[in-house]
Ligand binder design. Structure first.
Ligand code: SAM
Length: 229
């Protein structure tokens, strides 16, 4: 594991207990709705086998369970603290919670009809390897459906950037008792790829039908992409 990955892993182990609450506050309650939409895109095509990567406390995985009661669902993450919480929350019946690093997935080629993830890509040390791994474990015709943050753009960008720098670390400090971890979350969002650059990386990894839908003043994006049949 690279240094960046160990430090990201330590950050998410540290913020796990208060993560869902602060996430709800940061997104004014929209996170759950976006996760529902990520799951709905993944379950809108015929399929039985689903992987929710970077599952955290399992919000997307449980949405898939609600929408597709018969699905085989794996929720995978490299933070044991997040996985411990995911195991305790109701609504995850039959979901397999598994430790996994997104750079080296412990799954056979062509195992899943869809791979979902929320807020994974800005955190990884090697984006191309992570996309290649998702491509590898998808069945032909399978899809990726994801929620990712995006650096603010357009005329309001300076204001949004300033708001993020003020509000998010303050929530982290007072509610999560951990300002530094939330400063990392802001820095990683502001330093992440533009939607145009990320689209190019999906395409380079072999995906087609790459689409992106902006949410929340374009600071959050819903992505979908398909592995060719
Ligand atoms: C911001 S949280 C999002 C959790 C959940 N998807 C959600 O939307 O609420 C990001 C998650 O990605 C996980 N993560 C980051 N890098 C990872 C990697 N290389 N492999 C597996 N999980 C990773 C973290 O442990 C954390 O649980």
């Amino acid at each position: 594991m690279q240094n960046k990955d160990s430090s990201v892993q330590a950050t998410f182990n540290s913020v796990a207990r208060r993560y869902d609450l602060i996430n709800r506050l940061m997104t004014l309650g929209s996170h759950q709705t976006w996760c529902r939409e990520v799951a709905a895109r993944a379950t809108s095509f015929p399929g039985l086998d689903y992987l929710d990567l970077a599952t955290g406390t399992g919000v997307i995985a449980r949405e898939i369970r609600k929408q597709h009661p018969a699905a085989n669902i794996t929720g995978a993450d490299f933070s044991e603290s997040m996985l411990d919480l995911a195991r305790q929350i109701n609504g995850g019946s039959g979901i397999e919670w598994q430790f996994a690093d997104a750079h080296e997935l412990p799954f056979a080629d062509e195992s899943f009809d869809a791979v979902t993830h929320g807020y994974l890509l800005r955190n990884v040390s090697d984006l191309d390897t992570v996309l290649a791994e998702q491509f590898r474990v998808l069945k032909p015709g399978g899809m990726v459906s994801a929620l990712e943050s995006s650096p603010p753009a357009g005329p309001l960008a300076p204001v949004i950037r300033m708001g993020m720098r003020m509000v998010i670390p303050t929530l982290g400090q007072f509610i999560g008792k951990d300002r530094a971890s939330y400063e990392y979350l802001v820095d990683s969002t502001l330093g992440f790829l533009t939607p145009e650059a990320l689209r190019e990386r999906f395409t380079r990894a072999g995906f087609e039908d790459v689409s992106v839908k902006a949410k929340y003043l374009s600071t959050n994006m819903l992505w979908s992409a398909r592995k060719p049949s």
